[in-house]
Design a binder for this molecule. Structure first.
Ligand code: NAD
Length: 443
């Protein structure tokens, strides 16, 4: 089948590579010329395990191609995926500019029936807006042409995106007619073999499903951070509490780790966008507001611990920061807690020596050259001469470090662990002043 994908970011590129891998002809379109140039040369602009091999293999077989030519994209595929960004607007609502611009292009260039499949995360009602946009452009062109709009929210996780796409837990499709439903079922059949994962529903429900899923996961995290904050105050240990509640199968162990707050390109913006949508429809979504507020505060809790430890003055201090990405196995730093923490440390006059296995290039892109941000070639180098270590992402490489070396090289043996990856007992025995989240002995 011939498939066009607008947007070659985390979602578009993975979608394109995976559809090509199962034998389809895929054309990926992006307005970012540099990105497309790199992709054409087999260079992957993002870090995503397994993606490079798929892109290189399928490009060499001629099944995966890249272009900036929008018309070529519209001409190419019966299936036209929209996988462009939907960043937050000024008021936190989803900015639909890119989605509607693709809809306008499709309306402008289409010469025959097309299925427009929206994979971007978009508020309820966006499929209608896409439909209206295409219809109005066709009208301006004075042509009558059939097309369908489908909602197909994406649930892949950065860091395991290829796996998630190839073996999805569910394929959610929002459609308004049975024929399109069957075309989509056929398109996704290679990923739906072992058991039924295809969940078809009406379009608005599919659009809401994505926001509901992300908001539920974000709620679990904020809830757990709130319990951790309570645990710190009442002298309980959140790790014991986590095990105690996670063992209840109705609750489960996933997404109940406390930490420095959730980040990334999805949870913060999607919780906000759903809250704004609810407000627009006259409903005050109090849980979502609280989820967001707790998360914003949580990013600051580690900074407060740092400042308190140094008696309110960290001017001139140097902090080794382990982890910049919003989670392990990605280079994505969108809304990463590291950004809030680092910026707060700078504001207080401190300097940061950072190490991240893959996100340092992204940090350099975001922050440029500055005197108060240095990058280390490895985790050990970040420690040398620093006043304290701050752990912000739970990369495996940070889990079992050389504590002797850390103690020797830090000016003071102080560790602020925003991910609870070390044992408080061990750290105390090893002679560290150790701060974590919701745990005894030091918070
Ligand atoms: P991204 O920012 O990595 O990529 C978006 C790409 O779209 C960019 O390369 C941009 O240049 C391109 N683009 C913008 N306007 C365009 C246009 N008119 N035509 C062609 N290309 C255009 O974004 P992403 O992380 O891949 O997210 C895309 C969407 O998928 C968002 O709505 C996001 O919420 C959703 N989503 C993301 C994830 C994730 O883990 N990143 C998971 C599920 C859903």
């Amino acid at each position: 089948m011939k498939i066009t994908i607008f947007g070659s970011g985390y979602v578009g590129l993975v979608t394109g590579a995976c559809f090509a891998e199962v034998g389809n002809d895929v054309l990926c379109v992006d307005i970012d010329h540099q990105k497309i140039q790199r992709l054409e040369q087999g260079e992957i602009p993002i870090y995503e395990p397994g993606l490079e091999a798929l892109v290189v293999e399928n490009t060499s077989k001629g099944r995966l191609k890249f272009t900036t030519d929008i018309k070529k994209g519209v001409d190419f595929g019966l299936y036209q995926f929209i996988a462009v960004g939907t960043p937050p607007d000024e008021d936190g609502s989803a900015d639909l500019r890119h989605v509607l611009s693709v809809a306008e292009s499709i309306g402008t260039y289409m010469e025959e029936y097309r299925i427009i499949i929206n994979k971007s995360t978009v508020p309820v009602g966006t499929a209608d807006l896409v439909k209206e946009k295409v219809t109005s452009v066709l009208k301006e062109r004075n042509v009558i042409m059939d097309f369908d709009v489908v909602s197909n929210p994406e649930f892949l996780k950065e860091g395991d995106a290829v796996n998630d796409f190839m073996k999805p837990e569910r394929i959610v499709i929002g459609v308004d007619n049975p024929r399109t439903k069957e075309l989509l079922r056929f398109l996704y059949s290679p990923f739906n073999r072992s058991h039924e994962r295809f969940i078809a529903m009406d379009i608005r429900s599919a659009e809401l499903t994505k926001y509901a899923a992300n908001s539920m996961l974000a709620t679990k995290i904020s809830f757990m951070n709130e319990i951790a904050n309570i645990a710190e105050r009442v002298g309980a240990d959140i790790e014991s509490v986590r095990k105690g509640i996670g063992s209840d199968s109705r609750i489960g162990f996933s997404f109940i780790y406390p930490g420095v707050g959730y980040g990334g390109s999805c949870f913060p913006k999607d919780v906000q966008a759903l809250e704004r949508t609810s407000r627009k429809f006259g409903y005050d979504a109090r849980i979502l507001q609280a989820v967001e507020a707790v998360n914003n505060d949580q990013k600051g809790t580690i900074v407060k611990k740092i400042i308190d430890h140094f008696n309110g003055d960290i001017k001139g201090k140097v902090f080794a920061v382990w982890g910049l990405a919003f989670k392990p196995n990605t280079d994505d730093m969108r809304e990463a807690p590291s950004r809030t923490v680092i910026e707060a440390l700078w504001k207080e006059g401190a300097t940061v020596k950072a190490y991240d296995p893959v996100a340092m290039e992204e940090a350099a892109r975001i922050y440029g050259e500055r005197d108060d941000l240095k990058y280390a070639a490895n985790p050990e180098e970040a420690i040398i001469g620093a006043d304290a270590l701050v752990v912000l992402t739970e990369w495996l490489v940070f889990r079992s470090p050389d504590f002797e070396m850390i103690k020797r090289e830090l000016r003071q043996p102080v560790v602020f662990d925003g991910r609870n990856i070390y044992s408080p007992e061990y750290m105390e025995q090893a002679g560290f002043v150790y701060y974590s989240v919701g745990r005894r002995p030091r918070g």
